[in-house]
Write a protein of this length. Structure first.
Length: 271
């Protein structure tokens, strides 16, 4: 009978490794409730494993570290659990939410799913306040309550892909349009799809984006292995020129220092 008696736990090496890495990932996601739960699960896992597997599991726990880019405060485990359960059951929820500017709001949401992206947790779904699909950071959710209403999830919805596009389309100070002389596959290697929208063009790939920091965007473009053309704004061209001048100046300083190091002592002193 399910839940009455646990049969002997028989795990392969690969299964034990998968569980161990999963526990390390849970610990690194930063949930306030995760640390004791992970430690307890780790202890239970070790107690039931044979000596050889126990040693491997402990090695993973002690030596493996994951960089999950955690920048935003982690949400409470209750918020994540409630929203993921509601998404699974296609059940509407009521959110009390604080926007980035500190403005509180309340809204009904049909949650399609939860995703971890770029250092923060999000829920994506149909917001009935805006009558559109919206994403909300879980660390800004003050309260979530289940509603009796249900909904039909759109067929084929990809929560993570939709979330990335939602983040990429956020309105920012500058609208950017750059033609990359490469193909979509190469562009995808150097840019993730949060930076903007990519479209095939006659001479390459057209990147449309928005940014608040043109100097940062110029540095990203400078790292590309392909040529590109800035279509807008003109201020981005100015940022690229400043970046090029700075790099040329730094390269010249290094060249002078290296030349001085190779001179005889008397010549170096005069230099």
């Amino acid at each position: 009978m399910a839940g009455f008696k646990l049969p002997p736990m028989m795990l392969t090496d690969d299964e034990a490794l998968a569980l161990s890495v999963g526990l390390v990932a849970a610990r690194n996601l930063g949930f306030s409730e995760a640390a004791p739960a992970v430690a307890s699960a780790q202890s239970k896992l070790e107690r039931i494993l044979p000596a050889a597997l126990k040693k491997r599991v402990r090695a993973v726990n002690d030596t493996v570290r994951l960089d999950l880019m955690r920048h935003a405060p982690a949400p409470g485990g209750t918020v994540l659990a409630t929203l993921s359960a509601a998404a699974m059951a296609c059940q509407r929820v009521h959110l009390r939410y604080t926007a980035p500017g500190g403005v509180p709001s309340a809204r009904e949401l049909d949650p399609y799913g939860v995703a971890f992206h770029a250092g923060a947790w999000y829920v994506l779904g149909m917001c009935h306040l805006r009558s559109a699909i919206r994403s909300f950071r879980l660390d800004r959710v003050q309260q979530v309550e289940l509603r009796a209403a249900s909904f039909a999830r759109p067929v084929g919805v990809d929560v993570l892909s939709s979330l990335r596009q939602s983040v990429a389309k956020l309105a920012r100070k500058y609208q950017v349009e750059v033609l990359l002389h490469t193909d979509l596959a190469t562009a995808a290697i150097y840019f993730d799809d949060t930076i903007g929208m990519f479209d095939s063009a006659a001479n390459g790939v057209l990147l449309r984006s928005e940014t608040d920091d043109l100097d940062w965007f110029a540095a990203r473009l400078a790292a590309l292995p392909c040529d590109f053309e800035v279509r807008q704004p003109d201020a981005l061209r100015a940022s690229l020129l400043r970046l090029g001048e700075r790099l040329s100046r730094l390269a010249a300083i290094e060249s002078i220092d290296n030349t001085t190091d190779r001179l005889p002592p008397a010549a170096a002193a005069s230099a």
